[in-house]
Ligand binder design. Structure first.
Ligand SMILES: O=P(O)(O)OC[C@H]1O[C@H](OP(=O)(O)OP(=O)(O)O)[C@H](O)[C@@H]1O
Ligand code: HPA
Ligand SMILES: [Mg+2]
Length: 178
């Protein structure tokens, strides 16, 4: 698995520092609110597990499973909700938790779908933002780090379902997917 990585982009320690910084920002901003963190699976599984423990205010969690990349490194353009939330959202301040904002198609679609359910407020938190590849208009409220246009894996992020268990984030060697 390690042989497939071209270079490490964020070490385990750097990721922990990023998560802790976002956790502090969220803790401050959501004082006295009714925070519901919605993790967009599968990619955000590791980030979500760490981030929720970096938030010091009371919160609830829930999960959606959304998929659009399949086995490729480019979005299929079709965002499929594989598993939806099944609770009313009116009483919650919703925070969508994503691993990466790339073309923006997943988050622009999700935001629209969830906004229509009338939560008290809605914000987006993404660990990584790849602004150069944006195709849909999305503005995240919390960003861990902006990254260059390269396909990254680890810390929840996959290529064809693999590499999610790497504790760091690295750039995948292009020969793996070309
Ligand atoms: O901004 P976009 O171009 O839409 O890309 C970002 C989305 O793509 C990935 O999900 P994927 O469809 O690979 O499912 P996964 O979370 O199970 O890996 C990633 O986890 C984000 O949800
Ligand atoms: O760079 C990426 N890596 C893994 N999954 C992704 N989904 C969108 N962009 C990426
Ligand atoms: Mg993926």
């Amino acid at each position: 698995m390690l042989d497939d990585i071209q270079r490490e982009l964020f070490t385990k320690e750097e990721l922990a520092a990023i998560v802790s910084r976002i956790g502090r920002e969220i803790s401050w901003d959501y004082r006295g609110k009714n925070l519901l963190m919605v993790s967009v699976l599968k990619g955000s599984v590791v980030f979500m597990a760490d981030l929720m423990r970096a938030v010091t205010e009371p919160l609830s969690i829930d999960f959606m499973v959304v998929s659009s990349y399949g086995k490729g490194v480019k979005t299929s353009g079709v965002v499929k909700i594989v598993l939806d939330l099944n609770i009313p959202l009116e009483e919650y301040d919703l925070l969508i938790v994503e691993d990466i904002l790339d073309s923006g198609k997943t988050l622009s679609y999700l935001r629209e779908v969830l906004e229509a359910r009338n939560p008290k407020s809605i914000r987006i938190c993404t660990l990584f933002d790849k602004p150069e590849r944006r195709e849909a208009d999305v503005t995240p409220d919390y960003v861990g780090a902006r990254i260059p246009d390269a396909f990254i894996v680890g810390y929840g992020l996959d290529y064809a379902g693999k590499y999610r268990n790497l504790p760091f984030v690295g750039v995948l060697k292009p020969e793996i997917y070309e």
